[in-house]
Design a protein around this ligand. Structure first.
Ligand SMILES: *Cc1c(COP(=O)(O)O)cnc(C)c1O
Length: 387
């Protein structure tokens, strides 16, 4: 890749020719699960707002009232004067929710992952990651300077073999809880046991599990009943089922205190707006106390899967709100996404390098706000474009 003007043009042309060029669509208005793009209302099947909380009246009201109280910006980093009572209360509530000693807020999930991994690991250590982990985790592994080893997706045997190569080095095993582009779940109980056996620190990024998995919505560690000892680093984001923005890590007192001292993406950045923390507190309370959203979502997921199977669509092994349909080629995936949009459905095409070459897909995401009738409409459209 060349950064000269001529080189840029050439690279961009190449991306376009191989159908790997990425472009944005502008959302002009939002109304429930419909969004307006290019002047048309389309039904949204690609949002990560799984419980519909981004537009919940109470969440919006809390956001507004906290903005009245605190202003819009936090004014500085947490360690200067940006740490408000709303941030602090949210951290306490997240610690309770996850059954951990403490929680620490970050401004985004990407930054949380960079800060956690690079703040704890360095040259001479080893970071083991699932090949399909989120890009922010992979980038964090590289940034840390530790030896970086990627194991085959959900393959503990492969991981064990890799770990035998570095038996005595301090190490960390890192996995998505729910894989963001596949929707399947990590074998977290077995990973936790392996980590314990090898004295490795175990970290789960459960961005897509919170709100969706577990009786109270506390994600994959609640579903699999994994303690703080078994999963010393539990990370979650607010941009998905919480419907807001930001992220957190939960763990022991010493773990959180250490990250406050060492995580550069915590220290050197402006704290989330207090109003975002306040809105997230409201989301958290709805997530915990109104389990009907999670139950309705689970029923919609089953409904979609069963109906899609009848159409012989190439579903992937997912029990979560992420229900990708495997297409294969980037060109075909892009064409399918475009054809759906023409019919009024927004489903994004996920291509290389976000997913491996040859496994481009339509990433359908379901939300509590969808109805069975809307899922039927999407499936009819999928039938018409005959994948
Ligand atoms: C979305 C996501 C992130 C990044 O979170 P942001 O708050 O959007 O930066 C990290 N990890 C996973 C698994 C994600 O899906």
């Amino acid at each position: 890749m060349s950064a000269s003007e001529n080189g840029l043009k050439e690279n961009l042309e190449q991306l376009k020719e191989s159908n790997l060029y990425r472009s944005r669509r502008t959302v002009e208005a939002v109304s429930g699960n419909y969004v307006q793009i290019e002047g048309r209302q389309v039904l949204n099947f690609c949002s990560n707002d799984y419980l519909g909380l981004a537009q919940h009246q109470d969440v919006i009201a809390r956001f507004k009232s906290a903005a009245d109280e605190y202003g819009v910006g936090s004014g500085s980093a947490h360690l200067v004067c940006g740490h408000s009572a709303e941030h602090h209360a949210l951290e306490d509530e997240l610690a309770d929710f996850t059954g951990r000693d403490r929680a620490l807020l970050f401004s985004t999930g990407y930054m949380a992952n960079l800060g956690i991994i690079a703040g704890l690991m360095s040259k001479g250590d080893v970071v083991y990651q699932d090949k399909l982990n989120h890009a922010s985790l992979l980038d964090a592994g590289l940034l840390s300077g530790a030896t970086f080893s990627r194991y085959l997706h959900n393959d503990l045997e492969n991981l064990s073999i890799k770990m035998q190569k570095h038996p005595d080095k301090p190490s960390m095993i890192v996995t998505d809880g729910v894989f963001s582009m596949d929707g399947d779940q990590a074998r977290v109980a077995e990973l936790a046991a392996l980590a314990q056996q090898k004295s490795a620190t175990f970290m789960i990024d459960d961005a897509h599990g919170f709100g969706v998995l577990g009786k109270n919505g506390a994600g994959i560690v609640e579903q699999c009943q994994l303690s703080q000892k078994q999963v010393p680093l539990l990370m979650g984001t607010f941009g998905k089922a919480f419907g807001t923005s930001g992220a957190f890590v939960a763990g022991s007192d010493d773990m959180v205190e250490t990250l406050i001292q060492t995580a550069r993406t915590y220290i050197y950045t402006t704290a989330l707006p207090p109003a975002v923390a306040a809105a997230t507190r409201c989301s958290l309370s709805l997530m915990q106390n109104e389990s009907w959203r999670r139950e309705k979502l689970a029923a919609l997921i089953q409904y979609f899967k069963q109906a899609a199977r009848q159409l012989e669509l190439a579903l992937m092994p997912s029990e979560t709100a992420i229900q990708p349909i495997l297409i294969g080629g980037s060109t075909e995936a892009l064409a399918a996404s475009e054809a759906l949009l023409q019919q009024g459905f927004w489903v994004s095409a996920i291509r290389y390098p976000t997913v491996p070459k040859g496994s481009a897909r339509l990433r359908v995401t379901l939300s509590t706000e969808h109805s069975q009738a809307q899922i039927d409409q999407l499936l009819d459209a999928l039938k018409r474009i005959s994948l």
